[in-house]
Design a protein around this ligand. Structure first.
Ligand SMILES: Cc1ncc(COP(=O)(O)O)c(C=O)c1O
Length: 411
């Protein structure tokens, strides 16, 4: 089926998750008869999340982070909404695959994949549709080694500049990605790329992970997080403006990309930025519940079977240990969400093949019943299942294959 998020655009916006009984009941109906583990995606929730992100972006176009979705039909449906533009892909083989259909793909991360670089350099159409990400000339050496500049189409590149905060007294705050941080460093890289044949600088990306990917409504540390994010944002606004000025003096930029789901309103307000990236807020892994500025609907979830009862207040489901990437802390576990009132055990957690769940709801569950979980991260669930079972207007609405279901495993 083709997901059409515009079809219902004149209907009142439904928020069925506000009534958990019927919401999770509809999700359960969508996977009735489907062996567990079974994943479902509620289209009203997806539509709400997609539209809410547009409101938060305040007119600045959003590029969709495909890693946070990994379902082509969902990417296509979101990209049909006015306000979304292009894809931020995560590997070059993925970008080449998506470029068969999509015309504006920025590879969000550097690549040294020789085979994929060779394909890109031998395909005029793909080369016109895909922009590589570069933060080191050695990445372009890898390209030149497989496809000399004279015999290939011009390759589009964007520069990834470090958006982390070098905080006085705290040191590095943010992720470890690009080595170029100051305007002079970024300009030197841009100049060196501009001197090379066979490549053209068309974009700049600066992703402020310490703001966009760090929840500020998660618990006792929130005031410190908010202070850090305020200070980092101030520092970034000036530095990003200086970097953009310096690079624009060397190469006309088609885009300056920034932000993520957690920073849409903040990054949109930065005059240097021409487009945003976001993905996680669409399917809404539960880590994205921990932000003050927005409250995503629980669009994607997966159901597991209750298979045994070790104690009156504990049931055990088969599976569950789909732990999200990142630091190995408790919040990276899937979250049991329905029925309400179940939690994993501290000593066991979500297990490789079994997950005991304790709580008042356990007494009401029988063997064969289902428990719904949300994954911590939005895209990783798609690596575990072949399809999402869709729910539209409260009723089952077909399925959408994941990348895995299409036989694709990119990372
Ligand atoms: C380069 C880049 N931009 C933006 C994002 C934000 O993506 P999301 O909205 O899915 O959190 C990420 C996430 O890691 C990223 O790596």
């Amino acid at each position: 089926m083709t997901i059409d998020l515009l079809a219902a655009s004149d209907a009142p916006l439904r928020t069925p998750w506000a009534d958990p009984d019927s919401y999770w009941g509809a999700m359960t109906d969508a996977v009735a008869g489907v062996p567990a583990p079974a994943a479902a995606l509620h289209l009203d929730a997806l539509r709400y999340n997609a539209l809410d992100m547009l409101v938060r972006a305040a007119g600045v176009p959003i590029r969709v982070a495909s890693k946070s979705v990994r379902v082509r039909e969902v990417l296509d449906a979101v990209l049909r909404l006015p306000g979304y533009c292009g894809i931020l892909a995560f590997t070059l083989p993925e970008a080449l695959w998506l470029a068969e259909i999509h015309g504006d793909i920025v590879l969000g991360y550097p690549t040294v994949d020789r085979a994929a670089l060779r394909v890109l350099a031998s395909d005029e159409r793909a080369a016109s549709r895909i922009t590589l990400m570069v933060d080191d000339l050695a990445q372009l050496d890898a390209l030149d080694a497989v496809a000399p500049p004279t015999g290939r189409p011009e390759i589009r590149v964007a520069i990834d500049a470090d958006a982390s905060w070098r905080a006085p007294g705290l040191g590095h705050v943010g992720v470890r990605r690009s080595p170029v941080h100051e305007a002079a460093e970024v300009a030197a890289l841009a100049r060196a790329i501009a001197r090379r044949p066979g490549v053209r600088v068309v974009g700049l990306m600066m992703y402020e992970a310490q703001i966009a990917g760090q929840g500020d409504a998660t618990g006792a540390g929130d005031p410190v997080i908010r202070w850090m994010q305020r200070r980092s944002a101030q520092e970034l606004r000036d530095r990003r403006a200086a970097i953009v000025d310096a690079v624009r003096a060397i190469a006309p930029l088609e885009f300056v990309n920034g932000g993520g789901t957690g920073s849409l309103e903040l990054t949109a307000a930065d005059q240097s930025v021409t487009e945003l990236t976001a993905g996680s807020g669409l399917l809404a892994g539960h880590l994205f519940d921990g932000y003050q500025a927005f409250d995503p609907a629980p669009a994607a979830a997966f159901a597991l079977d209750v298979v045994r009862r070790p104690a009156p207040d504990i049931v055990t489901v088969l599976g569950g240990g789909w732990i999200a990437s990142g630091p190995p802390v408790a919040s990276r576990q899937p979250q049991p969400v329905w029925p309400h009132g179940l939690r994993t055990l501290a000593r066991e957690g979500a297990g490789e093949v079994q997950t005991p769940l304790q709580g008042r709801a356990a007494a009401g569950l029988a063997l064969g019943d289902r428990v719904w979980f949300r994954h911590a991260k939005s895209g990783e669930l798609a690596e575990r299942v072949d399809a999402y079972h869709l729910v539209g207007a409260g009723a089952p609405a077909g399925t959408a294959p994941t990348y895995r279901g299409e036989g694709k495993a990119f990372l």
